[in-house]
Design a protein around this ligand. Structure first.
Ligand code: ZN
Length: 176
């Protein structure tokens, strides 16, 4: 396992549409471990492979255990994640992104989504998510399509690293 370098928003790779993973190999499972390690080290709640420079449709999500949320403790790794359904009902929430450090914004997202994909063993997965988990999944799936939260935000503002405000953003939205 190894921690990888997270790319920042000025890197054109982040704007690429990631390729589908034909089948999960040992190499893919190792990549997923690296993604998890990198996400945890950065105290993020989600990461897409493209954020570490690998444009494959692959995401990991971990909602912290101590978060006040019905999905606290949820941990997912999805290969070829796809939005099957997204509720027409949306809500605005605060988001940040490990690839856009120092910024936060209000982003409208569907309240409920259905996502399908494969787990690291290649087993088909279909899950319904609401609220915060649904938001994180939409954010990560956007990454696989070259879309960043700043593209969808209705308002963005700078947040200084280490400031109390940054901690608030982390608490409210995490960084994905
Ligand atoms: Zn992100």
């Amino acid at each position: 396992m190894a921690q990888r370098t997270i790319l920042f928003a000025d890197n054109p790779i982040l704007r690429e549409k990631s390729r589908r993973v034909p089948r999960p190999t040992e190499e893919i499972r190792e990549l997923i471990q690296d993604m998890r390690e990198t996400m945890r080290a950065a105290r993020g709640v989600g990461l897409a492979a493209v954020q570490i420079g690998v444009p494959l449709r692959l995401i990991v999500v971990e909602i912290p255990e101590d978060m006040d949320d019905p999905d606290a403790g949820a941990s997912l790794a999805l290969i070829n994640p796809e939005l099957v359904r997204a509720s027409r009902e949306t809500e605005e929430g605060v988001e940040g992104c490990l690839s856009v450090p120092g910024w936060a914004g209000y982003v409208p997202r569907s309240v409920e989504v259905v996502v399908k994909g494969m787990d690291p063993q290649g087993k088909p997965v279909r899950l319904k998510a609401r609220g915060y988990l649904a938001r994180v999944l939409q954010h990560e799936i956007d990454h696989t399509n070259g879309v960043l939260f700043i593209d969808r935000a209705t308002e963005v503002w700078p947040v200084e690293e280490g400031e109390e405000e940054q901690e608030e953003v982390r608490a409210a939205a995490g960084r994905v």
